[in-house]
Design a protein around this ligand. Structure first.
Ligand SMILES: [Zn+2]
Length: 64
């Protein structure tokens, strides 16, 4: 396996809302998905995660 130790998600980072772009520092021990966006009420995603990237891609495609 190449890339071990590189690009691993550590305990720090940001939780972001893929809908409106709201972001807040990730709290250790609290999954981003359990945090809600104060603007849209949607579950936040870990910034840089595959889940987040695909959500952003979809949004981009929709908006052109
Ligand atoms: Zn939002």
């Amino acid at each position: 396996m190449a890339g071990e130790g590189r690009n691993r998600m550590g305990p720090s980072g940001y939780c972001v809302c893929a809908s409106c772009g709201y972001r807040k520092p990730h709290v250790a021990g609290v999954p981003c998905l359990e945090e809600k966006c104060p603007h849209c009420g949607k579950a936040l995603m870990r910034e840089g995660s595959e889940h987040y990237k695909s959500a952003v891609e979809k949004k981009k495609r929709r908006e052109g």
